[in-house]
Write a protein that binds this ligand. Structure first.
Ligand code: HMG
Ligand code: MG
Length: 286
């Protein structure tokens, strides 16, 4: 039986958020419009976060207002708090994502609060999202390594993942934020998580800092995960995770999946065209 894998495109958000010089709203919209023509069904287009923390995402509302929506494509936005959700609702995002960390150090540096405090912020956001019938995805950052606290135990990831699912997230994306994980780390982590959580509730989000993201995806596929986050042209990094490189490149994941016999529904030439454009606009800003 042919199996489908869903790719969640991160380029316009995780990809561009780390660019030092401003990228114009027009170029962001043009990139998203190209991605909309590739067969991708899920695109994270922006973040409704504090512009003081991530200036590159300050035009979130204008980006969502300017894109040409393709039928069947879900346009998602990152939201750290209720204010972010309100922005995403006003701008017509199709779904939102909240982001927690499995390590205290990254939680403090990324969202200025402890893990427990972050869940206090998420609760009203989830309640308002439920009221508005807005689907909410969850992220857990630092699933094996934290740039501030070092190694992260699988039990910490399990607890944060269960808390996100318990709040009502429909899926939790597991972030190797700094790309430190080895395939053995991912295998041990997923064995631990999948003893309590169905793999259909989980997605993989691998940064490719040390070139191990594809090997980690293979391990996750073997454990039953069928949703992976990736950035066109391998764009990105996190401004609060020093040294972190971009997400694994979407085009590399498509090639891996198709070689392994999975269906992605992605038009490779259209994706390569979007990747060229992504390189052009980031070079322009460099
Ligand atoms: P804070 O300073 O503790 O919060 O920041 P605050 O409530 O005191 O607000 C500070 C200022 O931001 C205020 O403005 C607020 O109004 C404003 P001021 O009064 O100083 O002018 N503000 C907002 N503005 C717009 N939209 C909002 C919003 N909320 C407050 N939603 C906060 C706390 C969470 C806001 C801040 O820390 C923040 O925005 N952090 C986001 C950091 C971020 O975006 N990091 C990258 C994304 S996560 C990631 O990349 C990892 C991931 O890819 C998975 C992985 O790889 O692991 C998802
Ligand atoms: Mg990331």
């Amino acid at each position: 039986m042919v199996e489908t894998v869903t790719l969640f495109e991160m380029g316009p958000r995780d990809g561009l958020q780390n660019e030092k010089l401003p990228i114009s709203t027009e170029d962001k919209i043009a990139l998203i419009d190209r991605l909309s023509r590739t067969g991708l069904r899920k695109i994270e287009v922006t973040s409704f976060v504090s512009p003081k923390w991530v200036p590159q995402m300050a035009d979130a509302g204008a980006v969502l207002a300017g894109i040409t929506r393709a039928p069947g494509v879900c346009y998602a936005a990152l939201t750290p708090n209720l204010r972010g959700l309100e922005g995403a609702l006003a701008a017509g995002a199709d779904e939102v994502a909240i982001f927690a960390s499995a390590s205290e150090g990254f939680s403090q540096k990324n969202i200025n609060c402890s893990i427990a405090e972050s869940f206090e912020r998420f609760a009203p956001l989830l309640a308002a999202a439920r009221e508005a019938q807005m689907p909410v995805r969850g992220y857990v950052s630092c699933i094996t390594h934290c740039p501030y606290d070092g190694a992260v135990p699988p039990q910490a990831v399990l607890e944060v993942t269960q808390a996100l699912l318990g709040l009502g997230c429909y899926e939790v994306s597991l972030g190797d934020t700094i790309g430190g994980a080895e395939p053995g780390d991912i295998e041990a982590l997923l064995t631990h998580l999948c003893s309590e959580i169905a793999p259909q509730m989980l997605a993989g989000h691998f940064h490719d800092t040390k070139g191990r993201a594809l090997a980690n995806i293979e391990v996750a596929l073997a454990q039953g995960l069928r949703v992976f986050d990736a950035s066109v042209a391998g764009l990105g990094g996190c401004p609060y995770a020093p040294g972190a490189r971009g997400n694994v490149a979407t085009e590399a994941v498509v090639d891996l999946l198709e070689t392994r016999g999975f269906v992605t529904g992605i038009d490779r030439p259209a994706l390569l065209e979007a990747a060229d454009f992504a390189r052009q606009i980031t070079r322009k800003a460099a």
